[in-house]
Write a protein that binds this ligand. Sequence first.
Ligand SMILES: [Zn+2]
Length: 392
Amino acid sequence: MKNFTATIDEIYEQHKELIQQVVQQIHSKPELSEEEVFACQLQVELLESLQFDVETNYKGLPTAFNGVFGKGRPNICFMSEYDALPGIGHGCGHNLITGVALGAGILLKELMVKHNVEGQVTIMGTPAEEKRGCKIDLIKAGALDDVDIVLMAHPSDHPTSQSMEEAGIMQFLVSFKGRTAHAAAGPEKGLNALDAVRLLFNGVDAWRQQLPETCRVHGVIKEGGNAPNIIPDYSLADFYLRDFDMEFLESMKKRFKNIAKGAALMTDTEVLIEEVKNSYKPGKPNDALNQEFMKLSEEYGMHPQWAEPSRASSDFGDVTYEVPAMHAFFNITGEDDIVVIHSKEFTQCAGSTFAQEQMAKTSKILSQIAYQFLSDNQFQKQVITAFPFGSL
Ligand SMILES: [Zn+2]
């Protein structure tokens, strides 16, 4: 084992600089969901220089790619994300997810060559996690049909932890259309779209008391009129619904739509309810992969702690229904317990030396788990048995 980790360290050192450069360049030039042209290009260039066979515009998504080395099965897929947040850049640290995917993929490739192990390494570039969730488009287009397991790791403001259960999510844009009128001289001629959106929020608040603890419903008003002396003829709200149970989430969607329709009825306005992004399924992690991650991250001195289920959501949730999958978390905030994810401070952490060190350790751990899946039949069996959605 000691020799094995020494080999991994040695291989990583050879590629460290190039990987770090890609990660830092993506950090300094943040791109929003589905606009990740530069980030995509950097990864494609690096992988091509290392003899990966790379398909760009993967499954018709301009900023997705698929880099493959080797052939046949098992096929281990490392997923990369690289989209940033509006206004704060890499406040979710997706530049480091890129780094882990590249590091782990390159390490596994070199280990397979060195030890003459059969199989395939895939590094899949998956755009727009923050917005539309392109993993779902990729799954629908068959991107995981020939994949055996998927491994990914996300930076965190919490202690390093396993891939936890995560909530599913649906997003709705609700708009109301009324009629403008002079708010003082002729209000009786108007139909107030702002009233409709206020009643939508009141309806949601009344509903909230009857919702189980596991749910989240949260929204903002994006448009609500132009001036106090004009009855607003248009309003727009943006809402997220979340729960751990997909069936319950469907029932929430039905109620939410009824509340919106009720608000329109009360104000004689017209309502339009749009489901804007792919809904994300609740993430169901693989226990065998998790156990191995926790064991190895302890050995790497990352002080991991088992985490409670998270009410956050990711399009990785859908991946966990397709194949055994792991979306682990690695801490990048160190001793600092004030910095939270999705903040400018977290953006700074995502560009730090400490984050690069944690990213390097995580890459090594993921490559080790993957290598074990390829070379240890018993572990492979455990992982497949732990898949919660029937036979593969
Ligand atoms: Zn994220």
